[in-house]
Design a protein around this ligand. Structure first.
Ligand code: ZN
Ligand code: ZN
Length: 419
């Protein structure tokens, strides 16, 4: 039964205080080499990813929470009234705010206050309350945006605009398949956000944390949340069940917490992503699908080359400085795209107008990132220096396909004239 000690996210039966097997404990945290991930090891592990990783804990949480709070998709439900309704979103936020803040707070408290892990990547890191307030603010913003996603999908299901499949086999397929899909989607969505203009306007907010703590995980720009949650695309294109959608959402909301801990010895130790925050231009994948970085030449296995990292102030991660004109301009214009769509929902628009409005919602934030970066001056975006033109083209097309197209399609479904 000893093998069970390395399942469910445990290492040697421990959730805290034990680093992953590849770590040489005689070396400082981050100084051991992550074994080079290959597509073969990924494919061999993929069928067991639900039980041999933290996914097991999140899957149990999602089943329990969904059982307690299923979606009401009857034709007279609140969801059927509007894709964005105050009543629906308030109802869902009563579930998600305690869940998200309880879970992130658990990691923040156990690691930073109760010292339940003992191998921080940075020895001399200082607790920065401004940073934590900044991170929780954008985490709250992301929780509200997730409730909006739920509202849109429940509206589509309750009004018959989007079909969905039910049944035991679909349930099991979703349970095992979502974590695998999540890691692939994350790689392409994340890599997309590292293109110059999108990085400058959007993803740089997440990277204000070079020295991470749990709440930095879901600390993202609203446009990043929009594209990150587009991972629910299988519900649009393969009619996955409402549970599959809920499970994917819970995974999107909770999995970034412990992976942004800044510690090496607990159930979701993530040196891989920690180095991404430290060096920016490496390790774009989530921990599960690191072979994608090996494939495209962006894999980095340890921090040995730089030596033990020193603490950084992360001065930009604060709510105390006034946002720049560039930040306000871009965010306002993106909310403008969203408001434009919302203005036409429920009205009789033509098929052509529905198409144009949905393209503005899905692709508008990308086009605006280019326009605003040009207007304010570029050059502050991280450049994908390690890839050639073909590599970049692949990532732009794939990124648009998994981020902007699902948003456009979901928007189009809400506007499309019904026969
Ligand atoms: Zn990044
Ligand atoms: Zn991150």
């Amino acid at each position: 039964m000893d093998f069970l000690g390395n399942w469910f996210g445990m290492t040697n039966w421990k959730f805290f205080g034990e680093p992953p097997a590849y770590v040489d404990k005689t070396k400082a945290p981050g100084m051991s080499d992550i074994p080079t991930p290959t597509v073969v090891t990924w494919a061999i592990n993929a069928p067991f990813i639900l039980i041999k990783s933290p996914n097991f804990v999140w899957a149990c949480m999602s089943m329990g929470l969904y059982w307690l709070n299923p979606y009401d998709l009857t034709p007279n439900s609140v969801a059927a009234t509007s894709p964005i309704s105050y009543e629906f979103m308030t109802e869902r936020l009563w579930i998600w705010i305690p869940t998200v803040f309880g879970y992130f707070g658990f990691w923040h408290g156990t690691l930073l206050f109760l010292n339940m892990a003992s191998r921080p990547f940075i020895k001399d890191r200082a607790y920065n309350i401004n940073k934590v307030v900044h991170n929780t603010f954008w985490t709250l913003s992301g929780t509200v945006i997730w409730a909006a996603y739920e509202n849109v999908f429940c509206y589509l299901w309750a009004t018959g605009r989007l079909p969905y499949a039910q049944g035991a086999w679909y349930f099991l397929a979703a349970l095992a398949g979502i974590p695998v899909w999540r890691s692939i989607h994350f790689y392409f969505a994340h890599r997309f956000l590292h293109f110059g203009p999108l990085y400058q306007q959007v993803h740089s907010l997440h990277h204000r944390n070079t020295d991470v703590e749990p709440f930095s995980g879901l600390c993202m720009h609203p446009v990043e949340h929009l594209y990150y949650y587009a991972c629910v695309a299988p519900s649009l294109f393969f009619y996955c069940s409402p549970f599959a959608f809920f499970w994917c959402g819970l995974h999107l909301l909770l999995s970034p917490a412990a992976s942004h801990s800044g510690y090496e010895d607990h159930f979701q130790s993530d040196l891989f992503h920690y180095m991404h925050h430290r060096y920016f231009e490496c390790n774009y994948a989530g921990g599960d699908a690191g072979f994608m970085d090996v494939l495209f030449g962006t894999f980095r296995s340890s921090m040995v080359a730089e030596g033990e990292p020193k603490a950084r102030a992360d001065a930009k991660s604060t709510l105390l400085t006034i946002p720049t004109a560039e930040f306000i301009t871009y965010l306002s214009l993106c909310y403008g795209c969203f408001a434009l769509w919302l203005n036409y929902v429920g009205t009789a628009v033509s098929a052509e107008a529905a198409l144009i409005l949905s393209l503005i919602t899905g692709f508008g934030p990308v086009a605006l990132s280019v326009a605003v970066t040009r207007a304010f001056g570029g050059g502050r975006g991280v450049k994908p220096t390690t890839m050639n033109a073909i590599g970049n083209a692949i990532h732009i097309v794939a990124g648009a396909a998994v981020c902007a197209i699902p948003v456009s399609y979901a928007t189009w479904l809400t506007l499309r004239p019904m026969a």
